[in-house]
Design a protein around this ligand. Structure first.
Ligand code: FES
Length: 347
């Protein structure tokens, strides 16, 4: 994985608990930093002498300066640092944008797009919306967005402006789990659940037959919404998902160890894996820069081939039966079930 030292161009508060950070990209590396709406970058921060890596989605419109937006998580080292200490002109280590959760507009296409976002799940979806609407003039977009209240809603004002600008092709509805006294009444009180998904689609039926569904949120948001969509016969091929802070395996390895043999970037490694540890976490602990993003079994970035041994996968929202028959596994979700395991990455 290649790391670039980039300068922070601007830091801007977007809510009390969320900050947008814009990076300066020198012309010499512009090609490496071309990106599509929905993709993310990985950051390496050294906070009080300790190295921390995190993935953040790009929130800016395609073609504009690369900006990512970070919500402060209670106890979150990196998100607290970005929200409280990062400033313009700081230097940070960043990887080139990547990720399969993308939307590339096509001016000839006529589609209905349904977006479902919870909390900072809006960040890649905001990038998609602001790129899609001007560049795909015959398509229609519907956004269902869940937050605690109005004050904690990232891009609240920007979304109002977007809705006014594209009032004939954009519908936005909000769910607030704990609306404030002075908030405008949300579309629904509570989180986005199966009922809310079905009611939303009922109220906003597809304008064009070709409908695509984009989901981004934490933890069980993705599997719950995917199930809700499947219940109304939305096929998986039309559902695109990105998760964050998902079902990760414990960072503290305990229990009996298996041995993992992995050939990565032409180098052979033999490393121990604890019985409660994912293959990905074991590799990262040994300094192997294996690819990953959501660490929740959603994005598929960590896919690799199991060539020997057995693993069980905790969460899998991306591989189908055919992938599994081919031996493909998600390293972030794979827990050892035999003593001797071997995997390989496709080169
Ligand atoms: S990192 Fe996303 S599925 Fe493993």
């Amino acid at each position: 994985m290649e790391w670039f030292d980039l300068t922070v161009k601007d830091v801007k508060k977007v809510t009390k608990e969320a900050t947008s950070v814009t990076l300066s990209i020198p012309d010499s590396i512009k090609n490496s930093f071309s990106w599509q709406p929905g993709q993310h970058i990985q950051l390496e921060l050294t906070i009080d002498g300790e190295r921390t890596r995190r993935c953040y989605s790009i929130s800016s419109t395609w073609g504009q300066a690369l900006t990512f937006t970070v919500k402060k998580i209670q106890g979150g080292k990196a998100s607290t640092y970005i929200n409280e200490r990062l400033k313009a002109d700081d230097l940070i280590k960043v990887t080139a944008p990547k990720g399969r959760f993308t939307l590339t507009p096509n001016s000839e296409t006529r589609r209905s797009y349904y977006f479902f976002a919870a909390g900072s799940g809006i960040t890649p979806i905001y990038s998609m919306l602001t790129t899609l609407l001007p560049n795909e003039p015959d398509s229609f977009a519907y956004l269902l967005y869940s937050n605690k209240d109005s004050k904690s809603t990232i891009f609240a004002e920007e979304l109002v402006h977007l809705q006014k600008k594209y009032s004939d092709r954009l519908i936005i509805k909000h769910c607030h789990s704990s609306p404030g006294w002075f908030d405008d009444a949300p579309w629904r009180k509570g989180r986005i659940d199966t009922d809310a998904v079905h009611a939303f689609i009922n109220e906003c039926p597809p304008y064009a037959q070709d409908a695509q569904y984009y989901l981004c949120g934490p933890g069980s948001f993705i599997p719950d919404l995917k199930k809700a969509l499947n219940e109304i016969d939305v096929p998986n091929t039309r559902i695109h998902m990105e998760s964050f802070g998902g079902a990760k395996t414990p960072e503290k390895p305990t229990g009996d160890k298996a041995i993992l043999n992995v050939n990565f970037n032409g180098e052979k490694h033999q490393i121990p894996v604890a019985s409660n540890q994912s293959l990905l976490r074991a590799m990262l602990a040994e300094g192997i820069e294996a690819p990953y993003s959501c660490e929740g079994g959603v994005c598929g970035t960590c896919r690799c081939f199991l060539t020997k041994g057995e693993v069980s996968m905790q969460n899998n929202l991306v591989l189908d039966e055919t992938d599994i028959k081919k031996g493909i596994i998600l390293a972030c979700q794979a827990i050892p079930q035999s003593k001797d395991i071997e995997i390989k990455y496709k080169t």
